[in-house]
Design a protein around this ligand. Structure first.
Ligand code: HEM
Length: 419
């Protein structure tokens, strides 16, 4: 069991004091590091740590969008929209208007909440719920707006992978709206408001709501959550307090045409359906082999605890690798992918059953990195070509890539210098 500090049991005062004295070094992934990295809370001393997420406001920090901050709220909605305008200057003007409107509304939503913007807002009487808005630009926007020369090489189209089953209806988009909140009503009403603010300048291309367990329901709100396959998911991730977080997650562009993305990040969003009936038909031991970690506590096979380093060289009595050759964590590891690293923020989605009675549930997978070519793409290529054992139980059905510019205090809106 983690201590109170690590589980986020802090008031705003305690939080600032903790930053001043101890800093954030040494805290577990997903623990208090999160509270220190992004939220301010009006809660009183001694409050149940599980309530902190519900009562906090998001305070974007050092140009980092809310999507990179922790604690990660329980609910998210990713909406991809296309800009309704003629290709060329018209798209450029319309996109700028939409980004300006969304940036302004996002600031007000973060600072005051929806009730201050809309009379009769559905979320009135609710706490801020860590509502956070993150905006992204798709490659198609730059092309359509005549800004191809400002498109960073990091934004090159993702390659096709052998295991892709992509439906174009769930791919790409000119702009991304990524909204997170601990409470589903706060989230839904904020998304609705933002889309209404854009009016008929945008058309929704696809949207996917995701969730993880709520902090209130968790026995330990600081623990790594589980996905719908029952696995502890999110263990190996760069932490905001690590020196490597910046180089791995944040983009560096000192050259002028691309400076609009300096300090931003690139996100890959994948809609990955899980074949849950097939998965749960497996014996638990087989499910552990497929991933290379224990179901009970997420420890790597052969290890003792969740945060132990996986021993990829270990052999069992019969000389076979303890972590199988095709285990997901072996093929996704930096050792197998030339050091590839990304920040994974995975949520579950559950849309019930489709007209054919197929389960529509899986992972709303998001990967945030400085360069998708050496991050997501390098790992996905290895999972694909290396024959990841997990591939038999999942289907990649949707895919998109967006540039997420930094939030600059001196700019009126996101990506201002691009326009
Ligand atoms: C439904 C699809 C997926 C499921 C259920 C899944 C599940 C997991 C689980 C349970 C772990 C071990 C715990 C952890 O470190 O988080 C893991 C690790 C990891 N996964 Fe996935 N994953 C999926 C797709 C992907 C994809 C598409 C990528 C990237 C292309 C990816 C990249 C990684 C990486 C980099 C690690 C850490 C490997 C290491 O130990 O160094 N995963 N995944």
């Amino acid at each position: 069991m983690r201590g109170d500090r690590e589980r986020g049991h802090v008031s705003r005062r305690g939080l600032l004091a903790a930053m001043g004295t101890a800093g954030i070094a040494g805290l577990g992934a997903g623990g208090l590091a999160g509270h220190l990295s992004g939220t301010a809370t009006d809660t009183a001393d001694g409050e149940d740590p599980a309530l902190v997420s519900a009562r906090s406001r998001v305070a974007p920090r050092e140009g980092r969008p809310p999507a990179l901050l922790t604690p990660v709220p329980a609910n998210v909605q990713v909406v991809a929209v296309d800009v309704r305008a003629q290709d060329g200057p018209d798209v450029r003007r319309t996109a700028r208007e939409v980004l300006a409107a969304w940036s302004e509304q996002a600031r007000s939503l973060h600072d005051e909440g929806l009730a201050s913007l809309v009379e009769g807002a559905p979320s009135q009487d609710l706490h801020p719920a860590s509502l956070g808005v993150t905006l992204g630009l798709g490659p198609s926007l730059l092309e359509r707006a005549g800004l191809a020369d400002r498109r960073p090489p990091q934004m090159e189209d993702l390659p096709e992978f052998g295991t892709d089953h992509l439906d174009p209806a769930w791919c790409d988009g000119d702009l991304m709206l990524y909204v997170g909140a601990e409470d589903p009503l706060v989230l839904s009403s904020a998304v609705d408001h933002l889309l209404r603010t854009a009016g008929d300048r945008t058309r929704v291309r696809w949207a996917l709501p995701g969730f993880q367990r709520s902090a209130v329901a968790a026995a330990d709100p600081g623990a790594t959550p589980r996905n719908l396959m029952g696995q502890v998911d999110g263990t190996v991730n760069p932490r905001p307090d690590e020196a490597l977080f910046g180089p791995q997650v944040l983009a560096s562009h000192t050259d002028r045409p691309l400076a609009w993305m300096d300090g931003g990040t690139y996100v890959v969003v994948r809609r990955i359906r899980m074949l849950l009936d097939d998965w749960f038909a497996l014996e638990p031991e087989r499910r552990e082999e497929v991933i290379g970690r224990r179901l009970s506590d997420g420890a790597p096979l052969g290890g003792d605890g969740e945060h132990d380093l996986p021993d990829l060289a270990a052999r069992d009595g019969g000389g076979e690798p303890v972590i199988a050759r095709d285990a997901h964590i072996r093929l996704a590891s930096p050792e197998s992918t030339l050091g590839a690293r990304m920040l994974r923020r995975s949520f579950n989605y559950d849309l019930g059953w489709d007209a054919e009675g197929r389960r529509q549930a899986g992972l709303l997978f998001t990967a945030w990195q400085a360069d998708p070519r050496t991050g997501f793409t390098a790992v996905q290529r290895n999972l694909d070509e290396g024959g990841d054992a997990l591939n038999a139980y999942i289907r990649h059905e949707g895919s998109a890539l967006f540039a997420v510019p930094p939030l600059r205090e001196d700019e009126p809106h996101v990506a201002h210098s691009l326009f």
